[in-house]
Design a protein around this ligand. Structure first.
Ligand SMILES: Nc1nc2c(ncn2[C@@H]2O[C@H](COP(=O)(O)OP(=O)(O)OP(=O)(O)O)[C@@H](O)[C@H]2O)c(=O)[nH]1
Length: 435
């Protein structure tokens, strides 16, 4: 019956005839409002109410015994009946709560792994995109790219490398860049290059290399040391391009700037520079040097009668004859229309000038055959030597010109050494006075 269950026997007069438990306390007490005593109450039934006598809410079951004018009543307290249900409800609630938490946790874990997977896929896509971009640059750049191991073994080269060197990738991979050496640089050059690469991780400069067909070419190259994530040296990457033609263009421009286009001889600017250098060397070594100013005699009539083209050819032939007359170390320059200068270095005696002047006069006086024309010109020469006749390039040249003017004035076809007081060339070129 539980802790608060009750069994009653109630007379139809509402008086409690028996009760368990505590029958003594309830004996004779009346239950006039009991539902089973109400007129027309069914012979048996159930109901729920708060007990009149002890105030406990109970569920009641009864059965009338009309022949004895009695009703049997049994009641159980509501909380005892519902206790199992409550326990079950709590257990169910706890289970549902735990499952919900579990579901939330699983959902969170799934979400996290989906996000992590998305992130990884995105990173992979980005990495692939970068790789394909790098690959495309590697394949399509006009610069030759070469990747080597730290010991110099070539790992890969790009198509531009093949275009420049003539070597296919398969022919160079596994070899070292020594394959390309032209022999124009000594061991010190490469030692300095690797020393800088070792200390700074970079080297940039020009190298003469050799193509597969044996032809030398000049490349502008930038080499970088590549390290791994832990900064350990991994590879060398070089990017280079062929600058041979560019350099040739530079040299051609420089040649044009310092040479006479008609004869190919050094012009006035280069001559002055070389005289300056010659003076420095002579000063240092205590040696002599000098310049010989040569002006053709009666050149103008050739121009005037046979034309400028023939005059040009004659000037070219004069240039050749002068070049043949001098030593390899001397310089022959053309500094004006029919004006040539020979720079003689390391000359300590006057006889060398005399010999050369006579050789030049004799060479230029020989007939020149230019197509159908056989022409004869001569020359007038002036000589000035360092240090006696001038200590600077311009003054030496000016004094040689003055001495040459004396040769002209003396009847042409002669040479003179400079002496102080000889007429300056500027005076010589003044228009003759008219009377
Ligand atoms: N063909 C040709 N003639 C030139 C060139 N530059 C200057 N000349 C000419 O060279 C001549 C030089 O003049 P001069 O030295 O006075 O003539 P020259 O007849 O030799 O006179 P002398 O020296 O007194 O004997 C001028 O007629 C210029 O026009 C050139 O590049 N080509």
């Amino acid at each position: 019956m539980g802790r608060q269950g009750v069994v009653l026997m109630v007379r139809d007069s509402a008086e409690i005839m028996a009760r368990a438990p505590d029958w003594r306390a309830y004996m004779g007490r009346s239950l006039p409002t009991a539902p089973y005593l109400a007129p027309g109450a069914p012979p048996q039934g159930n109901f729920q109410r708060v007990a009149l006598l002890d105030g406990v809410p109970r569920l009641y079951g009864y059965r009338k015994l009309p022949q004895y004018q009695l009703t049997f009543v049994a009641a159980l307290p509501q909380d005892e009946i519902l206790a199992g249900f409550q326990r079950q409800r709590q257990a169910t609630f706890a289970t549902i709560t735990a499952m919900s938490l579990l579901l939330v946790a699983m959902g969170w874990l799934i979400l996290r792994s989906v996000r992590a997977r998305d992130r990884a896929e995105r990173a992979l896509r980005d990495a692939n995109r970068e790789l394909s971009l790098a690959g495309s640059v590697f394949r399509h750049t006009m610069d030759a790219v070469m990747v080597t191991e730290m010991d110099g073994t070539i790992v890969s080269v790009n198509p531009a490398f093949t275009a420049i060197t003539g070597y296919e990738a398969a022919e160079v991979v596994g070899h070292t860049p020594r394959l390309l050496r032209s022999g124009r640089h000594d061991a010190d050059f490469y030692r300095a290059m690797f020393a800088q690469l070792g200390s700074t991780g970079h080297w940039r400069g020009e190298i003469w290399n050799r193509r597969k067909d044996g032809q030398s070419y000049l490349e502008w190259i930038s080499i970088s040391l590549v390290r791994d994530e832990r900064a350990k040296p991994l590879r060398y990457v070089s990017v280079s391009n062929d600058v041979t033609e560019l350099r040739a263009g530079d040299e051609h421009l420089r040649h044009l700037a310092f040479h006479d286009p008609l004869t190919g001889l050094p012009n006035r600017a280069l001559l002055l520079d070389r005289i300056g250098q010659g003076i420095s060397v002579a000063q240092r070594d205590g040696r002599g040097m000098g310049v010989m100013f040569i002006d053709l005699d009666r050149f103008k009539p050739i121009n005037d009668t046979l034309g400028h083209d023939v005059g040009d050819q004659l000037l070219q032939q004069v240039a050749q004859r002068l070049s043949h007359a001098v030593r390899h170390s001397d310089t022959v320059a053309r500094i004006g229309g029919d004006e040539f200068v020979i720079l003689l270095e390391q000359v300590d005696d006057g006889i060398t000038y005399v010999n050369l002047a006579e050789k030049v006069l004799s060479s230029l006086s020989r007939p020149m055959v230019l197509g159908p024309h056989t022409l004869e010109v001569g020359a007038s020469i002036g000589i000035a030597s360092y240090p006696g006749d001038g200590e600077e390039a311009a003054s030496l040249l000016k004094h040689a010109d003055a001495a040459m003017y004396v040769s002209k004035a003396s009847g042409r076809g002669a040479y003179h050494f400079y002496h102080p007081g000889m007429t300056a060339p500027s005076a010589r070129r003044e228009p003759p006075a008219t009377s």
